[in-house]
Each structure stands twice: as C-alpha cells, then as structure tokens.
Design a protein around this ligand. Structure first.
Ligand SMILES: Nc1nc2c(ncn2[C@@H]2O[C@H](COP(=O)(O)OP(=O)(O)OP(=O)(O)O)[C@@H](O)[C@H]2O)c(=O)[nH]1
Ligand SMILES: [Zn+2]
Ligand SMILES: [Zn+2]
Length: 245
C-alpha cells in the first residue's frame, strides 16, 4: 500500500453494512481523503514549466493492462513523424514499458515507484527535466496501472485521459467514480474482443456520464487500429489549444 496517498488508512472509507430486511443502512462514515499540499505546489511548478515551453502534457491512467503502452506505441507509429512525442513511464518495477516505447522510436524516461501506487508531481518534475522535451511537443505520462490513487494527484498536466478496456466490465465508472470524474476523455479499448464477450458499450458510456456528464467516450482497439481517428483528432485539437493559449 502507498504510504503517502492515504489509501492505507481509514480516511475516505464509507462503511455500508448489509441492511436487515426492511431497513436502511444504520450509519455511513464519510471522510474526505486529503490531497497532499506539497504535491499541489510541485504540480503548479510543473504547469509553469510546461507553459513556458509550450508543451502539452497528458496524464494517461487506467487499471493494469488496459492498454496504455499499446495505445502509445500505436500513437507513435501514426503521429510520431508529425508531432514530437516524449513519454514518462510509471510502474512499480521494471523498465519494460520504457523499453517498448524506445523500441517504437521515442524518448522515454521510466519512473519506478517501488511500493507507491501512483505518480506524484515531484517525480514527474524530475522526469521532465531528464526527458528535456522540445518546445511544441506532446509529453504523455503513463501513470501506474491503478484506478484509485492516480486520480487524486495533480501532476501539472493539461489533460487526463482514462483508458478502460471491455474485459473490465461496464461498471467501472460507478465503482471508481473519482477516476472518471477526473477524465477529459475516456477511451474504451479492446473493442476487437466484443464478439467474444457479453459487453454493453452503451451501458458503459452511460455509466461514464453518470460519473462525468460531459465526458466523451471513444471506443477503440489499439491493436487493430479501430476508432483511433477520433483519438488523433482530439490530440491535435488539444495540442493546438495549448500552443495558442
Ligand atoms: N485484444 C486486444 N488486446 C489489447 C489491446 N490493447 C492492448 N491489448 C493487450 O493488453 C495487454 C496489456 O497491454 P499494455 O499496453 O501493456 O497495457 P498497460 O495499460 O500499458 O499495462 P500496465 O502498464 O501494466 O498497466 C497486452 O497483451 C496487449 O497486447 C486491444 O485493443 N485489443
Ligand atoms: Zn494509494
Ligand atoms: Zn504500460
């Protein structure tokens, strides 16, 4: 468990005991989880640094294995020749993902968080300095695979993209609402597997909009190149917005 984000203590826990027949739950303990003030200060520094260099930073979040690195490999293949792209990789251990992205032809810096379950603004600030991305580029931050803590930590990024995959079930926006509330865009990945699963795409989109009424949901397959035009358009439009802001 993470020692800094509060996920290992009782703050934020709601206790919902099984109700006796005909009754409602007796009590609910609702305590808000605190976002670390120090992280917010460092996130603000990252934001200023990124603005001065005209860099679009995107925080990519999902549960483990939803397809973040595969989407990045695909994006590099499709857009890497027209948009300079750098990646900051977050995983508890290994260089596997940064090696995949370097093999795909992009500069990548790996952060290993050890026992930590999310990236924070301090680590991302150091990685930005090490990555040294060119002005006018896009920096993707692939967060640690986790639908909980990464939603709480501002990294100084401009946009947050959440990837869900259809093998996870339609209910994830309801169970992990903070992650979906934080999203500027939701990509629903692995739709090539739809013929093999009982999965309700419209149901998932409805659940995502319960958490975040204005969010767009784009169904894609990162391995089969399906639906990715919408992702590319979103990326180009957001890069233009940031560069002209
Ligand atoms: N069928 C299918 N498989 C996919 C798709 N995208 C990714 N995968 C597979 O899903 C697995 C995990 O993909 P990754 O890209 O490593 O996922 P990740 O989110 O980066 O994983 P972590 O960094 O470990 O959290 C791999 O076996 C991918 O080939 C897709 O669109 N369709
Ligand atoms: Zn945590
Ligand atoms: Zn990955």
């Amino acid at each position: 468990m993470c020692g800094t984000c509060g996920c290992s203590d009782a703050d934020g826990v709601r206790l919902n005991p099984e109700p006796a027949a005909g009754s409602v739950p007796v009590r609910t303990i609702a305590l808000e989880r605190q976002v670390l003030a120090k992280n917010d200060v460092l996130a603000a520094k990252n934001r200023i640094w990124l603005r001065e260099k005209g860099i679009l930073a995107i925080n990519l979040m999902s549960s483990p294995g939803a397809g973040k690195t595969t989407l990045l490999e695909n994006t590099l293949r499709e857009l890497g020749s027209t948009i300079p792209i750098g990646v900051i990789e977050g995983d508890q251990e290994t260089l596997l993902d940064s090696n995949r992205l370097r093999a795909a032809g992009c500069r990548a810096v790996q952060i290993n968080t050890g026992a930590g379950c999310h990236l924070d603004a301090g680590a991302v600030g150091e990685a930005l300095t090490s990555l040294d991305p060119p002005d006018g580029s896009v920096v993707f931050v692939e967060n640690v695979g986790n639908l909980v803590c990464p939603a709480l930590f501002d990294l100084g990024e401009h946009r947050r993209v959440v990837i869900a995959s259809i093998t996870e079930g339609e209910d994830k926006p309801l169970k992990y609402p903070h992650m979906f509330q934080a999203a500027h865009l939701v990509l629903l990945n692995k739709i090539d597997l739809l013929p093999y699963l009982d999965y309700d795409v419209a149901g998932f989109s409805g659940n995502a909009r319960i958490a975040n009424p204005s969010v767009d949901v784009v169904p894609v397959s990162a391995t089969r190149d399906t639906g990715l035009e919408g992702w590319h358009e979103w990326l180009r439009a957001n890069l233009t917005q940031v560069l002209t802001a």
